[in-house]
Design a protein around this ligand. Sequence first.
Ligand code: DQQ
Length: 584
Amino acid sequence: MDKSLLFFVGFSCFLLIHGVKAEDCNHLTETDNTRFQSFKALVPEEQPYRTAYHFQSLKNWLNDPNGPMYYNGVYHLFYQYNPHSALFGEGMVWAHSASYDFINWISLDHALVPSEPFDAISCWSGSTTILPGNKPVILYTGIDANYNQVQNLATPKNRSDPLLVEWVKYSGNPLMTPPNGVNGDNFRDPTTAWQGPDGTWKVVIGSYSNKQGVAILYQSKDFVNWTMHPEPLYSASKTTMWECPDFFPVSITSTNGVDASVANPSVRHVMKASFNSHDYYIVGTYDNEQEKFLPDADFTGTSSDLRIDYGKFYASKTFFDSKTNRRILWAWVNESDSSEDDKQKGWSGLQAIPRKVWLDRAGKQLVQWPVEELNNLRDNQVDIYGKHLARGSIFEVSGITASQVDTEIMFELPELEETGFMDTSLVDPHLICDRQDSSVTGKYGPFGLFALATKDLKERTAIFFRIFRSDNRYVVLMCSEQKRSSLRNNLDKTTYGAFVDIDPHHEMVSLRTLIDHSIIESFGGKGKTCITARVYPKLAINNEAHLFAFNNGTMSVTISSLHAWSMNKALINYRGSLEDTESC
Ligand code: DQQ
């Protein structure tokens, strides 16, 4: 058979098997057959916990997203990767992937690998900044030969290479070393830099000193010589070591994103820090003359602190997408199984679906929504309207591939006044969700979804709401309960919970849930509260997975609308050409 025909047949079979619509993707036939076959051989497809449309590596350990950017028509994602193991270790590199459509990704050669005294042990997290003249640069943390954390610069070898495959480390590295009073292992993760009105560059480094989590501020005129500002941009006593800080402006009037250097009355600023295994943030005002960030309220160290996501979600990083004027957030979602399991699987870690992020109209918190490009993978739409769910009812959402789904639901609560009062002795939403789980009947709630469930519901992950009265208002609680997610043991089955800042009297309770084999990302209140979970069902895998909607409260709820789509498979980290990532 002619070689190109052979490739066409082979590739079409792959696309059919994996749910990509082959008929729309004819340009893929130009892809080199040998490369494609080797990619196919590498993908551990038979594993039930591999995802269909989330970003993951073909093998080994993956963690933080690094330096995401849009440059010359191409989206880039770098990420922390251990080329030697399915566990974290020394020798971490910046792996590199690129995409046209933000959904399908090709993998490229590693952008940064340990090689010099200033990064001899590892190349840790950092960010990209696009300098005037359209010049992208990387600032990253090197673990030097003495195990100290230092900040380094790298630039593309050839800016006209659309893929920016090769990066050159600056010969004068390191640019910044741990200052006095800062331990050598508490100085890392430079943010994207921003420019003040006088042209001065500023960047923040995460740290811990004087028993406070700190955003240390550095300034530079030329991006090479950096001076530490005498005062940090911010520090907070109720926090520990700040990893992966992120500092960015958000518009007060629009959901559009703005570039990192925008600082005027039309924006507020967000300071995000990763500590204690979670991503926390505060909203405030940035005074760029005094170099101070003035938050509306400080971190409190309690469950009332705002989080990007109230489930498993860490080391998030945003970037400004100049193509679509959005600010987009990436984050690492770790495994909930054991290291032994990871070694056996041969891989560990996912990136959450990238989210558009903006400031809520009330100016108090962020709102997040999966990037709209994801909708290109939607298939087989199922619609349900006006479905009444009396006390104790449950129904299956059929007609979809329940192991890889996108679903959007609106719940109507006709007699809200009748709902029960909140137990004021419980303030931590995680605890309420845990104690009053999906099997505990309330008035309004629990109602929601059972995802990745067996037919008999012995395995099920419950994403549900409860509505309480408290003083003169209503409180909406959102839970993601993993207790019964798997018949397997030795898994982290923590229950997650958070309040949703909506008034159910004036707007319907909404839920969007992305289900993808071993990850469930849920967005309550149109993106005001997000909860991500990792689950590993033993039986509810692939075609054995089911999706149900339920109401276990005494009050009836009505599903005003439910839309569900089977999700097609994305090509993730295929070692092909960039054209393969044009949406079909
Ligand atoms: N991961 C990186 C560090 C960062 C941590 C190392 C956060 O730079 O502080 O892989 O997950």
